[in-house]
Design a protein around this ligand. Structure first.
Ligand code: PDD
Length: 286
């Protein structure tokens, strides 16, 4: 039960329900922090080097010293949580805020000591049947800030957008900035056109998803045609297949976009990618 789960908070292992933060924590007051989500498959930590690299980059971009990752031996903490909680297939969240300051002030004290929270979350990924059926997505204007490459805990825009999608019975909202696709509110996006898999180029406008990296590795391994390029709103609506990627569900085919049917069910390349991810996870994390 999640209430009795052990979490790590600032050097201590404690029960999730007993873990407490100061009201002066800048993560609470300003959303001044970053986070990371790492899947655990069969007790193994997935793509750990890539996740740690992105976390360090996020810390660096908000001027928190990334050496904290080595100082607290973060990988050992994750392993300890897996053992203590008997996690088999699970998700680990690492939240690092700038810490507790002397007063509520936009300007932070340089000596502020970061708050580190590491905890598990249990999501059930979609079944293969659900994946085959595909999901509905809406499009939305990407009104987020222009530092979306930082995995920041300041997620208000993403929260509002994802809830808009939810209230319209959609799985995801695909974001359009200046006429071009960036990503989803909580996922990266791929399209397929004439058998070529395409995804937007990395930039400050989207998160460098680790599943995006995992999928590009699989695409190369299986010699599929692939392009990282600009994708216009028109390209998106003209695509043969669309799928979203994230750590919780590596491949989610989108079969309906706004009022347009993309396909009756998930397309062949989306299903191929889904199968490759499941095969890889079984092979390397068993
Ligand atoms: N979010 N883009 C955004 C805005 C995201 O929030 C996420 C993941 C991704 C995909 O990244 P990755 O493949 O590394 O999971 C892209 C997760 C699900 C979350 O915030 O909980």
């Amino acid at each position: 039960m999640s209430q009795n789960e052990t979490v790590y908070l600032n050097g201590n292992y404690t029960q999730k329900e007993k873990a407490k933060l100061s009201v002066l924590d800048r993560g609470f007051l300003f959303g001044d922090g970053v986070y990371e989500l790492i899947p655990v498959y069969n007790q193994h930590i997935f793509y750990i080097e890539n996740h740690i690299k992105r976390l360090k980059n996020s810390l660096d971009l908000i001027h928190i010293n990334p050496s904290i990752i080595e100082d607290i031996k973060i990988i050992d903490i994750i392993k300890e949580l897996i053992i203590k909680n008997n996690y088999v297939n699970h998700y680990i969240y690492i939240h690092i805020s700038r810490g507790v300051d002397e007063a509520r002030n936009h300007i932070y004290t340089k000596s502020c000591k970061p708050t580190v929270l590491i905890m598990g979350e249990n999501y059930t990924p979609f079944s293969k049947q659900d994946i085959q059926k595909g999901k509905h997505a809406i499009t939305e204007n990407d009104y987020r800030w222009l530092r979306s490459n930082i995995k920041s805990t300041s997620l208000l825009a993403n929260v509002l957008i994802k809830n808009k999608a939810y209230n319209e019975a959609a799985y995801e909202a695909l974001l359009i900035r200046d006429g071009y696709l960036t990503e989803g509110s909580a996922s990266n996006v791929f399209i397929v056109n004439d058998n070529v898999i395409k995804t937007p180029l990395l930039s400050n406008k989207l998160l460098p998803g680790i599943t995006r990296k995992f999928l590009t590795d699989l695409i190369k391994k299986h010699n599929l045609e692939f392009s990282e390029c600009e994708i216009s709103e028109k390209d998106l609506f003209d695509s043969d297949e669309i799928f979203c990627s994230s750590s919780t569900n590596p491949v989610v085919p989108i079969t309906k976009l706004d009022n347009m049917i993309v396909s009756e069910e998930a397309g062949p390349i989306s299903m191929k990618m889904y199968d490759y991810t499941q095969d890889f996870i079984k092979e390397f994390y068993s």
